[in-house]
Design a protein. Sequence first.
Length: 604
Amino acid sequence: MSTPPHIHDAPAIPHADGERPAPRFDVDKVRAYFPLLASTVRGKPLVYLDNAATTQKPACVIEALEEYYRRQNANIHRGVYQLSETATDAYELARRKVQKFINAGDPAEIIFTRGTTEGINLVAATWARTNLRPGDEILISAMEHHSNIVPWQMVCQATGAVLRVILMNDAGELLMEQFARLLSPMTRLVAVNHVSNALGTVNPVAEIIGMAHHVGAKVLIDGAQAVAHRVTDVQGLDADFYAFSGHKLYGPTGIGVLYGKRTVLEAMPPYQGGGDMIRTVTFEKTVYAELPNKFEAGTPHISGAIGLGAAIDYLTGIGIERAAAHEESLLGYGTERLMEVPGLRMVGTAKHKAGVLSFVMEDPAVSSLDIGVKLDQKGVAIRTGHHCCQPVMDRFAIASTARASLAMYTTRGEIDALVEGLKAIAQETAGRRASLPGVSVAGVAQSPAVVSYPAAFAASPMQAADQLAEEFEFLADRDTKNDYVLDLGRQLPALFDMLKQVTPRVQGCMSEVYLVGRATPDRPDCLEFVADANADIVRGLIAVLQRLYSGQPAKEVLAFDIEAFFRRIELDQFITSQRRNGLQGMVGRIRELARGIQAAKMRP
C-alpha cells in the first residue's frame, strides 16, 4: 500500500527566531495523491470545485478499500475464525481513529452511520420521540440543510413539539440576540450546523451550546462541512451530539459518524432492530447490546469504516491546521477574484467563513443552471441549485446560487480558471442579449393574446417526437445533444420580461420559468402555448416541448409519454427527480392547461 505524503516531506520555511520551522504546505504534492484530479473534461484539465458536495479520495483510501476486499473480507463480531477477527480488528480500529480525530471520550460514543443525514434521523427517531412532549420546543437555524429541518418537522408532527427558527442577517450570520430570546425552559433541543453548506458561514457553536445548556437543552451539531476543514473537539465544545459524513472528509461514500455523549446514548432506545444490536433474544423479550452495538444493527459498512480510518490517517499526516490555513488563503483570494466578474454578487458574506463561494450573476442575468452547464464545457465543475437549503434561498429572495467550494488540494490556478470562465459567460451573455430583437410589452398585461403562438410542428405529438428523434439520432453523445438543446434555446423568442408581467412563475423549477397557454382560436380542442426562462438550457427544453405539444389536441397532449421520449433521445437526465431543471414543472403546467381545455369542451 502506498505511503501517504507526510508533512515532513515538504520543504521547511526558515524562521528568523531560530525556532523549528513549520513545513510548507505543498499543494502540488497533495494533488498528486488524488488520482481523479489528473482527469480531463472535454480535453481540458478537470477543475473540481464541488467539495462541499463530496471530496475526492486519496490513493490510500482507495487502496484501503481494495486491501479489505482482497485480503480481509469477512463479517465482523460474530466469527471465531481468524479472517473474521482480522476484519473486526480493522473495523474497531477505525472507530478508535474517529474517536481520537474528534476527541471523543470513549470509542463507544462513536456510532457508525450511513452519513450525517442518518445520524440526525437517528437522534430524531430515538432521543427526540422518546423525550419530547406537546409544547416542547426544538430550535434550528435559518441556514440549515434539509437534513436538519425535515426530521425535526416529522418529530414535531409525531410529538406535538414546536419548531422554532433562529434567524440570520443579510451577511448570513445568525442573530444571536434573537437566539437568546428564543431560549426558554421549553427548549429541549437545539440543532444547528457548524458550517453552512450554502453560505460558508462558520457558526459560533461553542457559544450556542453553552447558551442552550444553560436552559437545560440538548444540542446536536451538524458537522458535515466542518470536520475536514478545522480541528473538531467534541469534548471541548461540550456537544451532546455531533454528526458528519465520511465522503466530505476524503473518505468513502455511505459511511458517517454520530458522536453522542455516553450517558445520553445509553438512555436512548435502539434505532433499528436486528442482528448485532442484541445481547439475548427470546419470543418474550429482547435485551439490547451495549454501546456502540446497540445502534449498529445488521452488517455494517465495514469497508467504508476502514476507508474512513485511512482518510483520517491521511489528513492527520498532512496536518489539518496547515490544510485549513491553505483553504483560508484560497477563500480570500477567490473572494477578491470573483469581484472582478461583471454583475456578480456574493451570497453569504459572514465575517467567519469556510471555503464556500456562493454567488449569483445579475447584470447580465445568468441563471445558476446555465453557469454550471457552461462552466462544465470548460472543464470547471461547480454546484448549482438550492443546495438542499431552500429556506436559505427564500431568505435571500433567489431561486438558487452557483457554488464553488474548496478543499486542501484546490489551487489558485483553479480559481483563476473559474473566474475566467465566468467572465467569458458574462461577456457572451451580454453580447447575445444585446442582439436579440425587442418585444413590445404594451397591452400584454391586459391581453396575452398579442403573443405569437407557435403552430403545430407535426400532425400529432408522436409524429413530432419521431421527427425530433431523427434529428437527435445524428448527434454523437449526450454532451453534443445538450449543446443542441442549448442552440434550440438560443433561437427561442425573448419573452421572459413580458411573460413575467402576466403569469405566475412555474413551480418546481430552480430557474425562473413563465408559461402562458390557451385553446387554439380556430381549433378549441387544441392547446397552444409560449414560455420563457432565465436559463438557456431550460429555454431549449421549452423549444422541444413546443414542437411536441403546441397546436396539438389536448387529449393527445395528455396521452403523450414525455419521459419515454426523453429516454428515447438519451436525454433522460432531464426527467430525473434529482434534476430540478424545469421540465417537470413545465410539463405539469402544460397538462393542467390541456385538462382545462378538455373540461371546457365537455361543458354544455
